[in-house]
Design a protein around this ligand. Structure first.
Ligand SMILES: [Zn+2]
Length: 397
């Protein structure tokens, strides 16, 4: 992997070139994009099936970058497909275009936000950090626990402890929140992220009321969720943005939670596919179905556990299985992280782990509250661009 990286990614300083950021058009296919940019369609047709499939994963509104030389010739385009992999279209010294799937170069910063409320938490967090994801996650964490409208006053402080990834100097992907606290007139409310990735209050009670159920009876996982993995045989980067459940053809597929059917149709990669829009912005996806259950249509409401279709092998599939995906908006998340889990408070070793996490976060909260730092300011990192060039010699690591 190291050899791969140093062969491909060599940073150079750019003086005459210009960078054009742009957003991926909603619903635009990769081929249409190439046509529009007057790039050779061979870029797509020369890819193998798996990489072609990856181009279907480009989320709408993805933040892309285009590098042009002084003659406005496209030198490079970077298109993220998820928060770890991106497509890199590049011009070789022989003036031919190629495409590679490369890891996204990102930096993770651990940040602590201290903020006295000015208007409402969502607006204040967005103004301070520029991150909609952070603001929305914070509000979601305290939903049903506290009433911001009636209990919160101007000047009440909040503290957020989180990791944020930066790509090309800008925050991207979902922030990973470790804990958050809000002080309302001297009354503290805090939420802590346990090692299982879920949020709990100080007593270890779970806040997430909205939990999903397995989409199949007696589930057997044959392939897990990964945003980036190096395939040792193919020598390529691959992603699997869902969980595969092995099952006999015809096995009923169950709605993972209550919601509305927001897609029912055929896609080249996923075959017969249903998507369900749940509350809280979650979308679940059920691919490779043999058939849909009759009466299930676009716009139908379903309850948790309702049969929606039957396991099959349609689309690009090696055998009968259910590919099950879960998304927040257009961002894929690990479905298993939001599945129902039976916990009645922590005990034994798990309790000790939780208490250690809680106490560590409480120390950070206390320290920030007593030192009353200046409200966090968003730091704009210097942009770094990586350009492929076959003329440079690889630097040994
Ligand atoms: Zn799959």
């Amino acid at each position: 992997m190291c050899r791969f990286l140093c062969l491909l990614l060599l940073p150079i300083l750019l003086f005459s070139a210009s960078i054009k950021p742009f957003k991926w058009n909603d619903g635009e296919s990769f081929l249409t994009f190439l046509e529009r940019k007057k790039l050779p369609l061979a870029i797509y047709y020369n890819l193998d099936k798996e990489d072609q499939k990856l181009t279907e994963d480009i989320p709408y509104n993805a933040n892309c970058q285009m590098l042009l030389n002084d003659k406005h010739l496209i030198q490079q385009i970077l298109i993220p497909v998820n928060d770890e992999l991106q497509l890199q279209i590049y011009l070789t010294p022989k003036r031919k275009y190629g495409l590679k799937v490369v890891p996204i170069i990102s930096e993770t910063h651990s940040e602590v936000l201290y903020l006295p409320i000015q208007s409402v938490p969502y607006d204040d967090i967005l103004n301070a950090t520029g991150s909609k994801n952070l603001a929305a996650t914070f509000v979601k964490m305290f939903k049903g626990k506290v009433n911001f409208k009636s209990d919160l006053k101007v000047g009440d402080p909040l503290v957020l402890v989180y990791d944020q990834k930066y790509r090309l100097g800008k925050p991207f992907s979902m922030p990973e929140i470790h804990g958050a606290m809000i002080d309302m007139g001297g009354k503290h409310f805090a939420m802590y992220r346990h090692s299982d990735g879920r949020f709990y209050d100080a007593k270890g009670g779970q806040y997430e009321k909205f939990l999903f159920k397995a989409p199949i009876c007696s589930p057997r996982i044959t392939s897990g969720f990964t945003k980036s993995r190096w395939h040792p045989v193919l020598h390529r980067y691959r992603a699997h943005v869902g969980v595969d459940f092995g099952a006999r053809p015809g096995t009923p597929i169950l709605a993972t939670g209550e919601g509305k059917i927001c897609f029912e149709g055929f896609s080249r990669g996923y075959g017969n596919t249903i998507k369900i829009h749940h509350s809280n912005g979650y979308i679940s996806l059920y691919a490779h179905q043999k058939a849909f259950k009759s009466g299930i249509h676009l716009g139908s409401s379903v309850k948790q556990g309702d049969v929606i279709g039957y396991v099959g092998s349609t689309g690009l599939s090696s055998g009968p299985h259910l590919h099950f995906g879960m998304y927040i908006g257009s961002t894929p998340i690990d479905p298993l992280s939001v599945m129902k889990k039976k916990t009645e408070g922590f005990s034994g070793k798990e309790r000790r782990v939780f208490l250690a996490i809680r106490d560590k976060l409480d120390r950070i909260f206390r320290q920030k509250l007593s030192s009353k730092p200046v409200a966090h300011k968003y730091v704009d990192f210097q942009d770094i661009y990586y350009v492929d060039s076959g003329t440079f010699k690889p630097k040994p690591f």
